[in-house]
Design a protein around this ligand. Structure first.
Ligand SMILES: Cc1cc2nc3c(=O)[nH]c(=O)nc-3n(C[C@H](O)[C@H](O)[C@H](O)COP(=O)(O)O)c2cc1C
Length: 195
């Protein structure tokens, strides 16, 4: 079966960020699978203008624009900042709009505390919905992230391996269903498929 294109967005540019370990480890798990093609987009690599915003500046970020245009879905790794998502993550997502429509998104929450980013995931759901993304219901949560990985990014708790497979299985299912729909069902939201 054709590989599904599922880029991963790491949603913080903070210097000491721990969520980079979760994102890189998940990329490794995704690359082990024959049904996924992925790559990491790092919020730290986006130099966002101070005086403009949104889809009008998307051509400043052609790699991101083209990757999402060609993607079948997306994984977002988000640290929880004051029960919300980092502003940088939102600014990156807001660069595009129609490119997301009827594609899947799976959410990874990361926190220093015990709830594993549950609140940042809940905060993201209405936001990604407005982008036209269809969110999966099997999240991946990293509570106490500082204990989940070594300083070098080695996973310290093998329980995450099984959780990641469940998370990816659900993402694959949703992504294939939506891909079939985009390719077979007319929608006023798809180019050349006006109702
Ligand atoms: C501005 C800011 C706000 C934060 N708010 C929360 C929070 O609401 N809940 C929580 O569990 N951890 C919170 N944290 C801690 C992060 O979850 C923690 O740093 C974790 O490692 C994930 O973020 P990181 O990738 O930036 O390291 C906050 C951290 C920052 C920098």
């Amino acid at each position: 079966m054709e590989k599904l294109r599922l880029p991963v967005l790491l949603g913080t540019n903070r210097k000491m960020r721990q969520s980079v370990h979760a994102a890189k480890w998940l990329i490794g798990e995704m690359q082990k699978r024959t049904d996924i093609e992925t790559r990491l987009f790092d919020a730290g690599d986006f130099v966002l203008p101070q005086d403009d915003y949104g889809t009008r500046i998307k051509d400043l970020f052609p790699e991101w624009r083209d990757a999402i245009t060609n993607a079948d879905g997306l994984v977002i790794v988000a640290p929880e900042y004051n029960h919300g998502y980092p502003g940088t993550l939102k600014a990156i997502l807001d660069l595009l709009l129609k490119e997301y429509i009827h594609k899947s998104v799976a959410l990874v929450g990361v926190s220093a505390g015990p709830w594993g980013g549950t609140r940042v995931i809940e905060a993201m759901v209405p936001m990604v919905r407005e982008l036209g993304l269809a969110v999966t219901f099997t999240d991946l949560n990293f509570p106490f992230i500082q204990k989940a990985f070594s300083d070098e990014g080695k996973l310290l708790d093998s329980a995450f391996e099984k959780r990641a497979q469940g998370f990816l299985d659900e993402l694959i299912w949703m992504t294939r269903a939506l891909k079939w729909g985009r390719e077979n069902l007319p929608s006023r939201h798809h180019p050349n498929q006006a109702l």
